[in-house]
Write a protein that binds this ligand. Structure first.
Ligand SMILES: [Zn+2]
Length: 418
């Protein structure tokens, strides 16, 4: 595998640096698909590059989904496999005018940023940094995020394809590649053409090198509209129903110990995502997260009981409650197809890394793909401190991700009974 190491290093870095300078910040306020124009710009670039790499059925559709197929190597009969990554970046930090910086031959300790002297990454922020002494660390310049989430994933998939083009002896099944828009705002698989995907898939969208995630949150959203009754406050006794004030009382009934600031590991939570209102009307929403669906159902039941109690306590108050199941824990699907995760673990191990099985305190495109019929765990892309100006990635981690994709493809090529 090391025969290509130099090529991989150069190719994956060049691609990564080319992709991160395209502003692909997702926009939750936008109703178009993709939510921002920059994503289409990157999509067209990737479409062109996939063609250059010799893939067939390459297409960037009007929503910005990019598809491409690499024909199976001769004699390989295993099912088609998908590698997936997302093009957008999180709206939580600016993604325009990203200036990627290479910290070559990193010697340990803090990393500082030229465009924001107050900002620094310390080994306390990111203990993983110390493992990359001597490597090249890539960061942004202090004003923006870097976009390794998930342009590292894209670059790694592209470089693996470039390797297959060079290395005709490498065996792989048919590879069906897809790059998605708007993952960060929960729309990554909304308009995906599932027919174009493989039988099984992998998202390259995890963090630390070695990570394989086969479990994610079960996710719900509950939205509330309170309708009150306004009258002159000087003459309001027994008449006014102040929707904003009553909504605030309602919100305060949610146990503080079950909110994101007080939970970790396998603990679930209620999270207030927005609150606005005045006397006549108030709106707010909680997202509910847990690894166990039953726990979330308990949270929904709690909110429903509170709703009933408030209706009794404030006659005339209108409470509208809408409940949406956003995505499910992908483990429920993946445990029915154990080979998919097993081969990922084996591939990671074969590249010399220690596989780290983890549960994502969030969701991925893969979680949704699992429930659309394509079992899809998540593999590391190598970045750290995602969604922040301190986001960083080591070149060595990207190289390992490329090797993992190549090795995983090789392992699938050997599978017969799937
Ligand atoms: Zn991501």
């Amino acid at each position: 595998m090391n025969r290509f190491k130099e090529f991989i290093e150069k190719d994956v870095l060049e691609r990564f640096l080319r992709y991160v300078v395209v502003d692909t910040t997702a926009d939750e306020e936008s109703s178009s698909c993709p939510s921002t124009k920059g994503q289409l710009e990157l999509a067209r670039l990737l479409e062109k590059e996939l063609k250059e790499l010799g893939l067939s059925q390459v297409e960037c559709d009007s929503c910005g989904y990019v598809y491409g197929t690499l024909t199976a190597s001769q004699g390989v009969k295993s099912p088609p496999i998908t590698f997936c990554a997302h093009m957008d970046t999180s709206p939580s930090e600016p993604g325009k005018d990203v200036r990627p910086l290479l910290h070559k031959d990193y010697s340990g300790g803090e990393i500082t940023f030229p465009d924001d002297p107050g900002l620094k990454i310390t080994p306390q922020d990111s203990p993983a940094l110390e493992g990359y002494k001597g490597d090249t660390i890539i960061t942004a310049s202090g004003k923006t995020l870097l976009g390794a989430d998930d342009k590292a994933g894209i670059a790694e998939i592209m470089t693996a394809l470039a390797c297959f083009r060079k290395d005709k002896e490498a065996k792989h099944p048919e590879l069906r590649i897809v790059f998605t828009p708007d993952e960060e705002i929960g729309r990554g698989t909304g308009k995906i053409d599932i027919e174009r995907l493989g039988k099984y898939g992998y998202t390259m969208d995890g963090s630390q090198a070695g990570e394989i995630e086969d479990e994610c949150f079960d996710a719900w959203k509950t939205e509330f509209i309170f309708t009150g009754a306004n009258v002159h406050p000087g003459f309001a006794k027994g008449k006014m129903l102040n929707a904003a004030e009553i909504a605030a009382r309602f919100i305060s009934q949610v146990p503080e110990q079950e909110t994101p600031a007080h939970t970790e590991k396998r603990e679930g939570f209620f999270h207030l995502t927005g609150f606005s209102g005045e006397e006549n009307r108030a709106r707010f929403a909680f997202i509910l997260r847990d690894f166990e669906e039953e726990e979330n159902k308990g949270r929904i039941a709690y909110l429903e009981q509170m709703k009933e109690a408030f209706e009794v306590r404030y006659p005339g108050l209108g409470i509208e409650m809408t409940v949406t199941h956003q995505y499910q824990n992908m483990l429920r699907i993946l445990e029915q197809h154990p080979r998919v995760t097993e081969l990922a673990v084996k591939a990671v191990k074969n590249t010399g890394l220690t596989p780290l099985k983890a549960a994502i305190r969030g969701g991925t495109d893969g979680a949704r793909l699992c429930y659309k019929g394509v079992p899809t765990p998540n593999i590391f892309a190598g970045g750290h401190l995602f969604h922040s100006k301190k986001e960083w990635i080591a070149l060595g981690a990207m190289v390992k991700a490329v090797e993992t994709i190549r090795e995983l493809s090789r392992l699938w090529a050997e599978e017969t009974e799937v």
